[in-house]
Design a protein around this ligand. Structure first.
Ligand code: PHE
Length: 347
């Protein structure tokens, strides 16, 4: 058989078989048969050298054109096969919209935020307004104006983190150790009647243990008006204790010293663990301290320009961590700020 007719035969076969290729494997077998190193067409192209010159040109020309045409057809077929495979894979992978979706992780409020909001809601509903003050505070507002002068032993009650900034050889700035400086700030710029609560973070130079953290959240309560007395203080703080810890709680007031109130007192509730019998939670006393309070010292009223003959006031400061611990039965304050999801997701 001469080369031209075997070329024609290869041509017929190649086109016919290409139409039957359904997969990439079929295609690569086809490629081997016709265009591969040992393929029919390659053989012919290789044997061109042994032909006389005039035949070499016609056969070579035809063979090369066939080769290019087959290569193009091969690429085209391959694209079609790939497209069809994709389309059918997509068709098979249809989405069943009736199946439940993947659950989205939903955040929640930190237990301190939750408790803080409950406390603020309680005071708001009693007619108090929420105001905030700075966390970096002057010694003046944190201590001096609250009748805690330099070298006064009462400063030891609030282990302080000082800001490394000196003026006249002294460090006048600190991280506030309580929210009480907001009493002064607010009174300086407002006149009675006053009913405010002031929440925020406070800081203490403290070795941490189950009941001490170097950062804590407080809420300050301040009311100044004509005719306010201990009766108002007791009424408001008892109402607060009952709303947060339940109406069945007993509330007790016990004298305590705070330089900026006179008289000063702590508020306690009967221990809900043991109903006042004495247990580990209440240290055997049957009572739990929930906050410090007292009647605003008349000297403070005078210092901010109020007439202490006319106005009286009461103030209280409560620690949100302590209230949350009592509320949820948490025995270590440090758990709040360790960012352990196993702890946090329980609230
Ligand atoms: N500021 C006091 C403390 O941090 C609490 C307090 C506030 C006491 C207001 C009396 C009146 O311990």
């Amino acid at each position: 058989m001469d080369l031209l007719s075997s070329l024609r035969e290869i041509e017929d076969q190649a086109w016919a078989q290409l139409q039957t290729c359904q997969s990439e494997e079929d295609l690569s077998r086809w490629w081997q048969t016709f265009l591969g190193r040992k393929g029919g067409l390659t053989q012919i192209l290789r044997s061109l050298g042994s032909l006389p010159l005039d035949q070499r040109r016609t056969v070579g020309d035809k063979a090369n054109r066939l080769k290019n045409a087959l290569q193009e057809a091969y690429e085209e077929r391959r694209r079609r096969i790939q497209e069809e495979a994709l389309t059918s894979a997509l068709a098979k992978a249809h989405v069943d919209v009736s199946l439940p979706g993947y659950p989205t992780l939903i955040g929640r409020l930190h237990p301190i935020t939750q408790t803080l909001r409950d406390v603020l809601d309680c005071f708001r509903s009693l007619g108090f307004q929420v105001v905030e003050g700075p966390e970096v505070e002057w010694d003046y507002y944190n201590f001096e104006a609250l009748l805690i002068p330099k070298d006064h032993p009462a400063r030891d009650l609030w282990a302080t983190l000082w800001i490394d900034y000196k003026r006249d050889g002294e460090m006048p700035m600190l991280l506030r150790t309580h929210t009480s400086p907001n009493q002064i700030r607010y009174m300086e710029s407002h006149s009675p009647p006053i009913r405010i609560v002031s929440p925020g973070k406070c800081y203490r130079y403290e070795a941490t243990d189950p009941t001490h953290e170097w950062m804590l959240t407080q809420v300050e309560v301040l009311a100044v008006d004509e005719g306010l007395s201990m009766a108002h203080l007791k009424g408001v703080l008892s109402e607060f204790a009952h709303r947060i810890f339940g109406p069945q709680r007993k509330v007790r007031f016990r004298c305590e010293y705070y330089p900026f109130v006179e008289p000063g007192m702590d508020v306690l509730i009967d221990c809900f663990q043991c109903q006042g019998q004495g247990c580990r939670t209440c240290g055997g006393s049957g009572w739990l301290e929930i906050l410090g309070s007292g009647m605003v010292h008349p000297q403070i009223l005078a210092n901010v320009g109020y007439n202490p003959e006319r106005y009286t006031g009461y103030a209280a400061g409560l620690g949100i961590e302590r209230i949350a611990m009592l509320r949820y039965g948490i025995d270590d304050i440090r758990l709040f700020y360790q960012n352990d999801i196993r702890f946090l997701e329980q609230f």
